[in-house]
Each structure stands twice: as C-alpha cells, then as structure tokens.
Write a protein that binds this ligand. Structure first.
Ligand SMILES: Cc1cc2nc3c(=O)[nH]c(=O)nc-3n(C[C@H](O)[C@H](O)[C@H](O)COP(=O)(O)O)c2cc1C
Ligand code: SF4
Length: 552
C-alpha cells in the first residue's frame, strides 16, 4: 500500500518535517544526573531517526533541577553546560533528515520522593567522586520506599497546596508568586538553550497532569492571585511562557502538548478537573497565543490508563479529541492516539483526525516503523502490544541506575551493539527448541548473524505461553508479538517445524553447530497454598488452552 499522506512533508512553524511521523516524547532513562546527553541516549534516538521518523520529540527535559527534576536519568535544559551535548544530539538526528524538538517539562505535584531536591547534590557528588552513582544506586532502592513510608521526602510543588496525585503521593505545597515567575523564566531559558544548541523547536509539556496542566486544572489550581480563578488566569502561566519564548527566540517553533479531557468522569469523579468542552476552549486559546502546533493528549496521573493505555483499549479510541481540535484551529495538530499500523495512520490523516501521527511505544518496539512502511515492508513491523513493560521497567529501574526495556524489542538501549552484530554464522545450522517468543527472537538474531536457524516446536502452533495469554477478551494484541516475530525470523531464513518434538535423533539429523533450548515456562501450582491439589483447582494453562471448560 502507498501511504501518500503519511509520507508527505508538512511544516510546523518554519520547520519542515519530511513526513507526518512523529516520535512522541518518552522517558526511558538513558540520561545522567547532570542532564547532559549520553552516548546511549543519542544511539537510542538516532536509531529512530535512521528508521525514517520525520520528527523526534525528546523525553521530558527539566528546566529546574530542584523541584523540577522528575528522574535521575533525564535530559536537562537547565544549564548552559548542557548546550554542547544537545548540539551534538541535534547533529546526529539531522544526519538522517529528521528534525529534533525538546520537550520542556516540570512535574509539579507528580513527582516522586527521592528526585525532589536531591539532583543538585547528586551532580556535585558525582563530580567529586566518580563512584558516587554506583553507591547511590546500591542504596536508593532501599531508601526510596523508606522515605515514602515515613513521608520524609521534600514536598513537591504545584499551582496550589492540593492533594497528592495518585501514584506520586507525598506532600504538595503551593509555588509562591515569586517562584511562579522564576519557573516561567526557567522555561524560557530552557527554550533559549535549545535554540542555541541547534534544536529545531520546543514542546511545552502541558499534559498528563504535570505542572502546566496543574495550572490549567481547577482540581489543582485554587490560587487567588492572577494565576488562578478564572479560565484566563489559569491559562496565564502557559501564556507567559509562550510570550517569553516568542520575545527571546523570535519565530522559533513552539508546540504545546495539551490534555483535552482530564477524564475524571471515567473514574467516577466527574466533579473534578476539566472536561472535553473546557479542553477544547484551551486548545483554541492556545492556538490564538501564536504557537505553531498543538499536540493533543489526555488525562493525568489520577487517570493514568487514559493517556497510556493497557492492551485492552481499542486502537484510535481517542482520535475524536484531536479531530475536534483540528476543526477549531488553523495550526497543525499532532496526536498519539493508539496508532499501531501504517494503514491506521494513513486513514486517520485522510479522515482529517490530525496532521501528524505521533507514535510512542510503536517506535520503542520497532525503530524502523517508518522506513518499513515506506518501502512496502509494513508486514515486517514489530507492533507494540501495549503490555506496558516499557514504563514499568523504566520506573522500576530508575533507582537501580538502569533504563526501560521492551517486551518485543531486545535491542532497546543496545542499539549500537545490535547494529554491529558480527556476520560470522557462515550458514552454520543452529537448532532452536521452542517457537515461543524467545525461540523466534533467537532465530531472527541467528539469521542476522548469518546462521541457519531450524526451529522445532512440538505444538501445532507458534507462540508458546503468549499464545495462551492472548486468549482472554481484549488481549488479542498480545498475539501480534509472536506473529511479527515469526515474520522476522523467516525473513532471515529461519525454518519453523511445527508438530516436531526435539528428540536427540531429530536434533542430530540436522548436524547442528549449536542447540538453543528456548522451551519457556510452565504454569505452576504452588504447594504452599492449601488445597492446591484439589480436583477443582486448575492452572491458567488448562483453562486458557480449553483443556478445562469453566461452567456455572
Ligand atoms: C516509557 C514511556 C515514557 C513516556 N514518557 C513521556 C514523556 O516523557 N513525555 C510525554 O509527554 N509523554 C510520555 N509518554 C507518553 C507517550 O508520549 C504517548 O503519549 C503514549 O505512550 C501513548 O502513545 P502510544 O500508544 O503511541 O505509545 C511516555 C510513554 C511511555 C510508554
Ligand atoms: S510492546 Fe510493551 S514494552 Fe514494548 S513498547 Fe509496547 S508496551 Fe512498551
């Protein structure tokens, strides 16, 4: 299929983007305490630029180190010393004809304990003692839960003193009037640094419940000064940031990422926050401020599933939000609205839902999504299955000094290594036992190295345990994982033999150079649970495979 709209250029302000594919901002934890770029971070983004993405928007990038730092391993635009690294980063993205915007961010009340107030100390300590990060990451996993249990963390800040957000917890204090002015200044300074570094534009993070949204939302903004109260006053914080950037950076492109509906109605609290009607009013007012594009999103931490969907949500379910904004404004509209395939992306562009398709997790799962679509190899795209392992692992690993991972893409964070796989297989045969996700991925990697993979599967189908996991209602996306892995394994020459038990004789008949055992896992019945051996107790495998039918 030809994707005419997807691969047509379009401008955001004065910046021409070669196609309509945008990498949505995503923190994966490849940074370091001082907010400077790292090789690993640049490799990760560069792979997505190489894979044909038109515009890359970075992860949350801090503008304030003290209460505005949301993670130890995030980018910063809070100091001049970060400019040189950002410049190198931009050059590496530009090599592939892609553009790079930085997402400027302050978490406000959605900040977790250990990150508040500690980053400047960590920077200073790392400068004095090279081994400091190692020591910190040994003790941090123990300190963090202790601090949150005993409420020892410094307060996070917000538009007003308000209840903590679900998930972040802690105590929240109001920013003073002077602090509000200072944070506005810090956003402007962040944009100035990005411009100096040759970054193509900035995105202001006004969604997912972070500080800018906390000013917009009556749920968190109860101020009585000029930054609270009326619709216009709640918008003032953002307006002053936009005006300041315009004044200092001229026509430098600015995108605002906006929550169109906080979706409190979805969790049975319609009286809280702001809804679609107000969100649309905000979108119009923001377009009138003279920004260059609006990136439509939704929700906040309290309503987490409605901005970062688990696997049960239907593709495109919230495209109506972007479509409504597009009808009201004359500037480009971007949106990450659960797009998984190029067909869906093209359709949403054709139907006028949005001007740019933002892909978050799809580009973690497959950095070459765009290039595969453009070259007619869309069937080789490894689709994101919305399992949320990326965000979970990123958060779990944050205090261990490690980054996020992907359930379907083992190359995340190791892009250089996998780009330079040795081609030393010389056609030698390797037998892989098991056609589950491990066996199929192994077969692809062997093929990439020039080995001939023979996959033996005793079942009559591929997929192993995942082939059961996708059986319950609304879990179909999980099945995409092994379908796509099969396509890619076969592309690299793997032979898959179903209904074939890997007996010593069968294996020996291939005269293999090596054998990989990838037989996966079995459901267990923990003996410690009383009654586990009763006749009416079954494993998930027995039920999902249909061996046991549940009745009554
Ligand atoms: C691991 C992870 C980190 C994220 N970090 C950010 C972020 O830094 N800034 C942001 O605006 N959104 C962030 N998001 C949300 C994505 O930009 C995107 O809106 C969301 O994943 C839904 O789009 P998708 O279904 O295409 O992934 C993150 C999402 C994930 C999975
Ligand atoms: S497949 Fe899972 S881990 Fe990978 S990007 Fe999608 S949601 Fe994240």
């Amino acid at each position: 299929m030809e994707y005419k709209m997807l691969f047509s250029p379009m401008k955001i302000g004065n910046c021409e983007i070669k196609n309509r594919i945008v990498m949505s901002p995503m923190l994966m934890g490849f940074g370091q305490f001082d907010g400077c770029v790292t090789e690993q971070l640049m490799d990760y983004y560069e792979e997505r630029a190489k894979g044909g993405t038109g515009l890359i928007i970075t992860e949350i990038t801090r503008i304030n180190d003290v209460h505005g730092s949301a993670a130890f391993a995030q980018l910063g635009a809070s100091h001049d010393y970060q400019i040189a690294g950002l410049h190198e980063f931009a050059e590496r993205i530009h090599k592939y004809g892609a553009k790079l915007f930085v997402q400027l961010h302050h978490p406000g009340r959605q900040n977790v304990g250990l990150a508040i107030g500690t980053v400047p100390v960590c920077i200073a300590m790392t400068r004095m003692f090279k081994s400091f990060p190692k020591t910190l990451f040994k003790i941090a996993p123990k300190i963090a839960p202790f601090m949150s249990k005993h409420n020892l963390a410094l307060s996070s800040v917000s538009a007003s003193k308000c209840e903590p957000s679900y998930f972040a917890g802690g105590r929240v204090r109001a920013l003073s009037h002077r602090e509000v002015k200072k944070v506005i200044r810090q956003f402007i300074d962040g944009a100035v640094r990005c411009q100096k570094a040759g970054i193509d534009g900035v995105e202001l993070h006004g969604t997912h419940g972070y500080l800018i949204q906390q000013f917009l939302s009556p749920n968190t903004n109860h101020r009585t000064d000029e930054y609270g109260g009326s619709f216009e006053n709640r918008l003032r914080f953002l307006r002053e940031i936009v005006d300041g950037i315009r004044k200092e950076c001229g026509d430098y492109p600015i995108i605002v990422r906006l929550t169109l509906d906080e979706f409190y109605s979805k969790i049975g609290k319609p009286e809280k926050g702001y809804n679609f009607e107000t969100g649309l009013k905000y979108a119009k007012a923001i377009a009138d401020m003279g920004v260059d594009a609006i990136d439509v999103s939704s929700a906040a931490y309290d309503t987490f599933n409605y901005w970062l969907e688990p696997t049960s949500f239907e593709c495109g379910w919230r495209k109506y939000l972007a479509a409504a904004v597009k009808k009201e404004v004359k500037i480009p509209v971007l949106a990450a609205n659960l797009i998984r395939t190029p067909e869906q992306a093209e359709r949403q562009l054709e139907e006028g839902d949005q001007d740019f398709v933002s892909l978050g997790r799809p580009l973690i799962a497959d950095p070459h999504w765009a290039e595969k679509a453009q070259s007619g190899h869309e069937n080789e795209i490894k689709r994101c299955i919305c399992c949320l392992y990326c965000i979970q692992s990123m958060q779990d690993n944050a205090y261990h000094g490690d980054h996020g991972y992907c359930a379907v893409n083992p190359t995340v964070g190791r892009e250089k290594e996998f780009d330079n796989l040795p081609k030393d297989g010389n056609g030698r045969v390797v037998v892989v036992v098991g056609a589950g996700v491990a066996g199929l991925t192994c077969a692809e990697m062997l093929g990439r190295r020039g080995f001939k993979a023979i996959v033996l599967e005793k079942d009559n189908q591929i997929g192993g345990q995942i082939q059961l996991a996708d059986k319950p209602p609304k879990k179909e996306k999980l099945g995409w994982s092994f379908e796509d892995m099969r396509t890619n394994a076969e592309k690299f020459g793997a032979e898959i033999h179903l209904n074939t038990e890997a007996t010593p004789e069968v294996i020996a008949s291939y005269n293999p150079y090596a054998v990989v055992v990838a037989t996966g896992a079995c459901a267990v019945k923990p003996r410690s649970i009383e009654g586990v051996n009763l006749e009416n107790v079954y494993t998930t495998t027995q039920i999902l495979s249909g061996e046991v039918k549940l009745e009554n």
